[in-house]
Design a protein around this ligand. Sequence first.
Ligand SMILES: CC(=O)N[C@@H]([C@@H](O)[C@H](O)[C@H](O)CO)[C@@H](O)CC(=O)C(=O)O
Length: 288
Amino acid sequence: GRASAAVSEHVRPLQACSAIKRKPQRLEGAESDTRPVSLPRSRGGSAVCWPQGLTLQLHGIPKEIAGSHSSYNHSNDSRWAKHAAAIGASGIAGIAPFFFKPTNKDTLVAFLREVASEAPGIPFYYYHIPPLTGVKIRVEELLDGIKEQIPTFQGVKFSDTDLLDFAQCVKNNKEQFVLLYGVDEHLLSALAIGASGAVGSTYNYLGKKNNLMLEAFAKQDLALAQRYQFCTGEFLSFVFKLGFGVAQTKAVMTFTSGIPMGPPRLPLLSASVDFIEKAKAKMESLIV
Ligand SMILES: CC(=O)N[C@@H]([C@@H](O)[C@H](O)[C@H](O)CO)[C@@H](O)CC(=O)C(=O)O
C-alpha cells in the first residue's frame, strides 16, 4: 500500500549512493529498528514495503525478504514466517530468541525448525548476531546436520567477529549453504576466508566503496582492496568514538541519500546535530 509506494519512491536515490541494485547483489544492507515489533504494530515491515526486485536482507535473492524481525518467541516469528509465505517472499532470516535464550544447539535448531516450518516452500536463513541476541552458540556446530532438521535451510548471515567459527562454516559447508558476513569493517578478512557475500548497515551509504573493494579483491589487488576496507574502518572507528548505533545509521543514511529516514523508536534517540556534522565531515574527507 502506501508504505510500499513510499519505499519505491526512495529506491532510486538509494541506488545512486549505496550498494542497492535491482539485480541480486553481493552486498546489500538493511537497517531497521522494527525488529522488536510484532507484526500488526510494525510500520509495515520490510517484507511488505520493499518492492519486488530489491533484496533487502540477503544476497542472491531476487524478491522480497521477510526480515529478521522479533524474536521474543516462536509464535511471533511463526506469524512473520506465515506472512512471508503469504506474500511470496523469496527467503526468511530468523534470529535466535533473546529473552529466554536457548542454551544449546538442539533447542536453537528446534526453535528455528518451528519457525521455518510455517513457510515450507521458502528458503530459510539463520541470522547469527550475538552482539544483539546474546546467543553465542557456535554456528559451526549449529550447521552440522541442520539440513535434515530444516529441509528449507539455505544459509547464514554471520554478524560476529569470531572468524574461526566463520572459517569452519566455510570449510564444512561452502558447497551447500550461502555464508554471508555481517561485520562490515571485517569484510575483507571474511572474503579471504571464503564468504559468499555480505549484508550490513554501511552498504547503505558506503556501498560503492565496498563494491569497489569486492572488485579489487576479485582481481587479486589486495593493496587496493585494503584501501577500500580502511575507508569503512576509518569512518566507523571515528563514529564509534562519538557513540554509534541504529539511530546514528539512520542519520548517516539521511545525509548521504537526501532521503529523510525518520526518527528511531524509543529507547533509541535521534542522533545529535553535533554527531551529524562531525560524521558528515568525516564522510566527505574519506579518500581511497
Ligand atoms: C551489530 C550490527 O548492527 N551489525 C550490523 C553491521 O552492519 C554493523 O552495523 C557494522 O559492521 C558496523 O559495526 C549488521 O550486521 C546488522 C544489519 O545489517 C541489520 O540487521 O540490519
